[in-house]
Design a protein around this ligand. Structure first.
Ligand code: DUC
Ligand code: ZN
Ligand code: ZN
Length: 462
């Protein structure tokens, strides 16, 4: 069946106009002022009074991920379905190489959990935690055969995920040679480990000390070092979950050197702050790395978005149920890091960004969808509304008010990090590759509809 969306206001990263959209099969096949299709085989959706935007792309999620002695609580099915409820049609998840094992080995494990289980479309970043001669040979294979073109690195979590600077520059050189991108969790792991040990030795064990163990300087220093190494190797690079003014300053230098350096922040760093860690153990709900920061950092991030220094807003969605958070009841360093947000990113960004006048509608689309598609090799198939693009669309009601709550969210987690928060703007209908996936809260597709999307070489698209 085809779909005709009538009377909507179409917003892309660059345009804002009223038109009808025809979807045939998985693709958008026509856009015109008035489309009159006379056949019974068309579902007509009236989008009058609503916005029609490209399906959101969240390039930073962790589904069913083994981490800190447990697994993040959303599976590939619950996580991608919650994403669709919130207008995100595609996610990029992270594969973690086990130190001592191959990338292929890790890929197989992640395929085992995800294959056939997704509602929404997905891809993987490959986290390289052990770069050696064997891993080096696998980079080309990942890019050319698997369509996995971005390689995540950790400058923290020593002994589990962190690589040293020697491995980092070697990896960067190989990824550059093969046409990929290096992404990074940029915080200084050694400094953080020292501060954690100090606080524990002093008997300071509450979530507040998670925050104090990762001061702004730990992120600013690592971001600066990462930019320098990327400049030295000339690799396209991307800093995930940037939280603070100090780290943004480091990137400014990369911009004046004309580096291909991209920055992502996450919705929580724009709308929540570190005062939440003062709520006793309840603060564990927001224990994530890097931690929430100060209002002055929120201001810097919003400005960075407007100035084009921050290109993407993701979530770092990594939910844990309360029982899992209790693993760190007596020691903040054992609280599984991460918070649930995959469902709320688009609506919060609209409500707190567009409605308040902090960002324009076009910027909203750019940072929630288009830029991620461009940076990660999926544009123009994804990330825009155009003839020939995948029909990944959200029909968004900009006036509808609602409150976020654990009682109504769809993520597999028993608390909300945004409980009771009032939001204006709601995703009414989410369409994925020509199928209505969610309509006014009702699910119309089946588990397994989501496809793995092979991505293009990075150097060809930016
Ligand atoms: N930070 C988190 O908070 N969770 C998952 C991994 C990370 O870097
Ligand atoms: Zn991280
Ligand atoms: Zn992450």
């Amino acid at each position: 069946m085809s779909i005709l969306i009538k009377n909507g206001r179409i917003i892309t990263a660059s345009d804002d106009y009223k038109a009808d959209i025809l979807i045939e099969g998985e693709k958008i096949t026509a856009i015109a002022n008035k489309l009159n299709i006379k056949t019974d085989d068309v579902e007509v959706i009236d989008a009058r009074g609503k916005l029609v935007i490209p399906g959101g792309i969240d390039p930073h999620v962790h589904l069913e991920m083994p981490f800190m002695g447990t697994y993040s609580s959303d599976s590939y099915s619950t996580g991608t379905l919650a994403a669709l409820h919130g207008g995100t049609t595609m996610v990029i998840d992270f594969i973690l190489q086990t130190q001592g094992k191959s990338l292929k080995h890790a890929l197989k494990q992640w395929q085992g959990r995800s294959n056939g289980n997704c509602y929404g479309d997905y891809s993987f970043h490959m986290a390289v935690t052990d770069f050696n001669e064997k891993t080096k040979k696998e980079i080309k294979q990942m890019i050319d055969e698997e369509g996995i073109t971005s390689f995540k690195t950790f400058m923290a979590y020593k002994g589990a995920l962190m690589i040293d600077d020697g491995q980092m520059v070697d990896l960067m050189s190989e990824v550059k040679r093969r046409g990929g991108m290096v992404t990074v969790h940029a915080t200084n792991g050694d400094m953080i480990d020292k501060l954690i040990a100090k606080h524990k030795a002093e008997g300071k064990l509450s979530p507040w000390y998670h925050y104090l163990s990762q001061p702004e300087v730990t992120e600013a220093e690592a971001s600066d070092r990462f930019c320098d190494m990327a400049n030295y190797t000339d690799v396209p690079a991307y800093i995930v979950h940037m939280t603070c003014e100090g780290a943004l300053n480091a990137v400014q230098q990369a911009a004046t050197r004309n580096q291909k350096m991209f920055v992502e922040t996450c919705i929580q760093y724009l709308v929540l702050d570190a005062s939440l860690y003062k709520k006793g153990f309840n603060g564990a709900k927001w224990v994530m790395s890097p931690p929430l920061r100060q209002p002055k950092d929120q201001d810097a991030l919003w400005a960075g978005i407007n100035q084009g220094m921050v290109q993407v807003v993701g979530t770092d969605h990594c939910p844990f149920k309360w029982k899992q958070k209790l693993m760190g009841k007596d020691d903040f360093s054992k609280i599984p890091n991460g918070h649930p947000a995959i469902e709320h990113r688009m609506e919060l960004l609209y409500s707190e960004g567009v409605r308040t006048g902090k960002i324009s509608l076009n910027k909203f689309v750019e940072v929630s969808s288009t830029n991620a598609a461009k940076i990660f090799g999926m544009y123009p198939r994804k990330g825009t509304i155009g003839i020939g693009s995948d029909a990944d669309l959200v029909i968004f009601d900009p006036k509808r008010e609602h409150r976020i709550s654990v009682k109504t969210h769809h993520m597999n987690v028993d608390y909300s990090a945004y409980e009771g928060r009032k939001v204006t703007g709601k995703c009414h209908t989410t369409i994925l590759r020509g199928q209505v996936a969610v309509e006014d809260g009702k699910v119309r597709i089946k588990k397994g509809y989501g496809q793995f999307i092979k991505r293009k070489k990075v150097s060809k698209v930016i």
